[in-house]
Design a protein around this ligand. Structure first.
Ligand SMILES: *Cc1c(COP(=O)(O)O)cnc(C)c1O
Length: 222
């Protein structure tokens, strides 16, 4: 087997049974994605809509495509008919747009709420206060075409493992708080998407149920 296929197999062997693998294929060619596919991988993550659309049509139809990067409201329409999970819902406005477009397609689209857990200024996401305010609103409770399946977050890019751990711990805490308050008897709210190539072991230690791994599978990006 090729290197990409072997990386998939060994990662799957390492991940605990409750942790799903999203293979992050951004910037990588369709041929690389096919190698991962042929090793059994079915969930792929892309962070740009244009790139996702271009690749999707050249690849098998049973791939589950996840959008993991910042999504502009004007691009929602182009992915809504097929996307399996949007990890990067970072505003109420975006969630409402997803709901409206999903309704037009008679779909219910699965989404994660992205939280800002890192110390860096640049990363997108809700604060817990913003998320609670949204979820307490009547407008939120009227959304019928989105399914909130959990939370997503990215830790600070640092060698400080304690900082990374504590950021993942807060995300897992937000998950539990939201579960308790809004999704107590709802088994669909079950995803904690955290952990990338450099920090997925820490994320799993803090309760991750879904890791998003790119360079460890496909090699470094340019
Ligand atoms: C690129 C990216 C990843 C994967 O990063 P690696 O370090 O290559 O594993 C995961 N999540 C998001 C949101 C990304 O943009």
């Amino acid at each position: 087997m090729n290197a990409i296929g072997e990386n998939i197999i060994s990662l799957k062997r390492e991940l605990p049974s409750g942790v799903k693998l999203v293979a992050v294929s951004k910037t990588k060619p369709v041929s690389d994605i096919l190698q991962a596919y042929n090793a059994g991988q079915r969930i792929f993550g892309e962070n740009r809509v244009g790139e996702l659309l271009a690749k999707k049509d050249q690849l098998p139809g049973d791939i589950e495509w996840h959008l993991i990067g910042h999504l502009q409201t004007n691009k929602v329409k182009s992915i809504i008919s097929f996307v399996s999970l949007i990890h990067s819902v970072d505003s109420f406005r975006l969630l409402k747009t997803i709901n409206d477009e999903a309704l037009k397609m008679s779909r219910v689209v699965s989404c994660l709420l992205q939280f800002h857990i890192a110390t860096e200024e640049t990363k997108f996401g809700f604060s817990i206060e913003e998320a609670l305010k949204m979820m307490d609103s009547e407008e939120f409770s009227n959304l019928r075409s989105v399914r909130i399946c959990g939370v997503m977050g990215m830790a600070t890019f640092t060698d400080d493992k304690n900082l990374v751990s504590s950021e993942f711990r807060s995300l897992a805490g937000y998950f539990r708080l939201l579960k308790e308050r809004f999704f107590k008897n709802n088994p669909e709210f079950c995803v904690i998407s955290m952990g990338m190539s450099d920090d997925f072991r820490i994320a799993i230690g803090e309760g991750s149920t879904m890791v998003r791994i790119g360079s460890l599978i496909f090699g470094k990006r340019k």
